[in-house]
Each structure stands twice: as C-alpha cells, then as structure tokens.
Design a protein around this ligand. Sequence first.
Ligand code: PAF
Length: 281
Amino acid sequence: MRIIESVSGMQSAADEFRASGRKIGLVPTMGYLHEGHLELMRTAAEQTDVVVTSIFVNPTQFGPGEDLERYPRDFDGDVRKAGGVGVGVIFAPTAEEMYPSGFQTRVRVERVTRHLCGLSRPVHFEGVTTVVCKLFHCVKPDVAVFGEKDFQQLVVIERMVTDLNMDIRIVGVPVQREPDGLAMSSRNAYLSPDERRSALSLFKSLELAKRLYKDGERSARMIRTAVLELISSHPFTSVDYVELCDSGSLESVEFLEGKTLLALAVNVGRTRLIDNCTLGS
Ligand code: PAF
C-alpha cells in the first residue's frame, strides 16, 4: 500500500500504472471509512487492476455552519481498513495541495443540482464536482465508484462526465445498511443512542413507501404524507425534504409512472442524514 500526498506524485504513479497496462479504479472518499466505503473498494477491485482511494475532507463542498470542522477523521484506521480490501494507493492530499493560493476555478452542473440537497446546500454540488474533477485529473482512473446513498451526487457526477467527455466509467453501488436498516454513513458517528433510534425512521419510512407502492398507491402526495407522518412521529427529527422525483432528471413527479426516486433528508438532532430508494422500474 502506497500513501501519496502530492498531486504530482499521484499523477506519476497513475502514469506508471497506465504505462504497464493496469486499469485504475478510483474510490473518492472523505475518510472515516465504514463498510459502505469498503464495498465500493471491493467493487473497484473486481473491475480494475489497481484501486486508488482518495481521502480528502473537501472544504469547498461544506457551506457556512456545516460540519467541516467536526467531520470525523481516523486516518490510521482508514489505512488499515482500505489495506484489508486490496486498495493499492491512498491519495491523501492536504487542502493546500488541492487548493493552492490563486485557485479560482469551479465546475458547475446546472439543472440536476437544483433539486433535493441542492436547495438546502447551495454550494455543495459545485464543491463536489470541482473536487471530483480534480481527483480525476490526479488519479487518471478508468473506472470511478460511488455509493447510491448519495443518489443525487451520483446523477450529478454522471452528468459532468458525459457533458465534459471524460473517458471514465462511473459505477454506482447500492446503499449499504446496518443490520437494522440504517444506511451506513460516516455521520452516523455523531448520533447519540436516542438519536440513533430515531434515525431508523428514515429506513422505516422507505419500507412503508415500498409497501404502499406494492399495494397500488401511485399518488406522490399520498406517499409523501405517509412518509412525513412516520418520520415526524419520532423524536429529534426535523425533515429537510421528502421528494418523489424522476430518477434521471430529479424533477418532482405527481404520479408514479416508471422508475421513481424517493429521496429523504432529515436532521436528527444536529446530524443531517439522507437516504433513498427507487419505486417501480
Ligand atoms: O461522497 C463523498 O464522500 C464526497 O462527496 C466525495 C465524492 C468524496 C467528494 O468529496
């Protein structure tokens, strides 16, 4: 396992891998790795010859008052976990290395960023696409793997890759869950035991929506109301959004026809959690 901190070091290593005919798989992360991340790395390892994981808590995707300073970090633990699933390189640049003085470029995807998390986190996706674009130029991957828990992020990155003709295959991996159904997230570490119990309302509400859909309910308003009621009946929860939308454009729908995304963002105490599922096919 190699740990590389400089952009030039990472680019040289990528050139070496490519020159020897090895396919590169990239798993971008902000660290504090959990089983969900490890599944992304296993997927990358199945499809490529060398897996690079980036660990970088990207300041440009956090808005004022968000959790940049308290974002959990455990670099030594991350190195151990990534090594255990066959990661060959950890790319761990500093903020100064990624955003040296004079930096002034942004990558912005337009329409699909205007819904869901884009409404309450106005600078978030511009920060994500800018850093992911930079990571692509540093690591030069053939394949990049992202989790479907951040469904909108995946849609936004696929859009960027298509629109900017990036020769990279984007792979999405289904949401990984704890045994009781809570979606795995580094931010789960913030939850107190009582909040952790209330956080299960996200998963329970997705299951409720699936049951309603199976029983023939096709009104987005009815499903949304049932989901809102279930979540709001749990203490510490405050809903940011519950949306039923087209899984490609992310535009809201009134009636469910074809594949519909049910996406949730809920504050549980001070912790903002997201989750989603698709209804229909
Ligand atoms: O999903 C994340 O952890 C981040 O948004 C990413 C893709 C690593 C960019 O900082």
